[in-house]
Design a protein around this ligand. Structure first.
Ligand code: 4LM
Length: 402
């Protein structure tokens, strides 16, 4: 059923796969919703059977740290939605990034990363991996010459977010992939800001896509999760080495179930996030208190063309600076009544936060400035409330900071 194409010789649509793929209710007493397998371990048919599973001669479930049937279904759906061969889900976005890097890197290797990354990812690369002899090299990947320059024969991974957290710089995935592949490096793209409903980095040449499933994939602010999608050969290694031995950052079957539930509405949620964010961006662009605004849907967005090529819609994240700088930004945040002061993104609630003191506090201040994360920058994740209410709250707050 899940792979039925009704004889039309075309793949099922995005939402249809997000809702049905890989599950047949007749295999679970007719239950419409796939069951949650709450089990830590699995019974072997015989001692020989268990040994064959451990040797990899037989496929099946052994122990919950690496695999669970609820997790498997989620991995199949995410792989399909990202257009990848295989997927792995783990306990958080950072869990996905660390399991992947620990698996593919050794002392002496180098990672070239875009200068603008989520704060904890930046900290992992520059403060974590460096302690174990892996060199993390920043580059401004909006400048392809700088990517070329940063690569050496030791570069194993080229890593970036697009759009980047928090200021939405857009990186040309196909161009960076071409350069990296010419030098035999793997390309790893964090697709959290878009979700697979808006962008599929593998289609542009990336080797691995990572997600914080905590965000749009889960979509409801009630869980942490992470995912990595790519060729089966790489995903098997990341599961068998990174997750199994190096991080142990396994996702709970309940969280895997909740992400499966979130996926069912992902496409329509992303449409609504994008539509409302466009209205918010227009309001901000026309307000006298606002100095700069970064949003892929605006006519003067500097990366508009690349964004339009890579992204199917404009997304729910907006970065802005007020004319009054840092103090005005904080005043704006404190005047809001409906829009919630909180980090994270991709939830039903509209969220606002101050990257320099919150999500990107791990950057040394001079690095932050160099990387375009100004002290006055404020980031909004536009939620699913009725847009007029979001606009009214923002207007009353902005009018008060003038
Ligand atoms: C935030 N972000 O920005 P876990 N990749 C990207 C992210 O934005 C995040 C992670 C990975 C925020 C969290 C507080 C692009 C997180 C890390 O939090 O480990 O699931 O994902 O507000």
């Amino acid at each position: 059923m899940a792979n039925e194409d009704f004889g039309r010789n075309r793949p099922l649509g995005f939402s249809t796969r997000a809702i049905h793929l890989g599950y047949d209710p007749s295999t679970a007493q007719g239950a419409l919703t796939p069951p949650i397998y709450l089990t830590s371990t699995y019974a072997f048919e015989s001692a020989e059977d268990g040994a064959a599973l451990f040797r990899g001669e037989k496929q099946g479930y052994i122990y919950g740290r690496t695999k669970n049937p609820t997790q498997t279904l989620l991995e199949q759906r995410l792989a399909s939605l990202e257009g990848g061969e295989a997927g792995l889900v783990v306990s958080s976005g950072i869990g996905a990034i660390t399991a992947t890097c620990w698996t593919l890197l050794s002392a002496g290797d180098e990672v070239v990363f875009d200068q603008t990354l989520y704060g904890s990812t930046y900290a992992f690369l520059t403060k974590g991996l460096q302690r174990f002899g892996v060199k993390a090299v920043p580059a401004d990947m909006t400048n392809l010459a700088m990517v070329e320059e940063a690569l050496t024969p030791n570069t194993k991974i080229v890593f970036f977010e697009s759009p980047a957290n928090p200021n939405l710089r857009v990186i040309d995935i196909a161009k960076v992939a071409e350069i990296a592949h010419g030098r035999k490096a793997l390309v790893m793209v964090d697709n959290t800001f878009c979700s697979p409903a808006l962008q599929n980095p593998l289609a542009f040449g990336a080797d691995l896509v990572v997600h914080s499933a905590t965000k749009f994939l889960g979509g409801h602010g009630d869980l942490l999760g992470g995912a990595v999608i790519g060729r089966a050969e790489l995903i098997n290694q990341i599961r068998g080495v990174g997750l199994r031995w190096l991080t142990g950052a396994t996702i709970s079957p309940i969280n895997a179930f909740l992400i499966l539930r979130g996926l069912k509405t992902l496409e329509i949620r992303m449409q609504r996030h994008s539509q409302s964010a466009r209205a918010v961006a227009e309001l901000l662009a026309s307000h006298p208190a606002v100095a700069t605004i970064s949003y892929p849907g605006l006519a003067d967005f500097p990366y508009k063309e690349i964004a339009a090529r890579q992204m199917r819609d404009t997304g729910g994240l907006i970065a802005l600076e007020l004319k009054g700088g840092h103090d005005a930004g904080l005043k704006l945040m404190n005047r809001l009544k409906l829009i919630t002061r909180a980090v994270s993104l991709g939830d039903a609630e509209t969220l606002i936060q101050h990257p320099a003191s919150m999500t990107h506090a791990a950057y040394p201040p001079e690095e932050r400035t160099k990387h375009g994360i100004s002290e006055g920058l404020v980031r909004m994740s536009v939620g699913l409330e009725n847009v007029d209410d979001i606009l009214d709250d923002l207007t009353q707050a902005l009018d008060g900071v003038r």
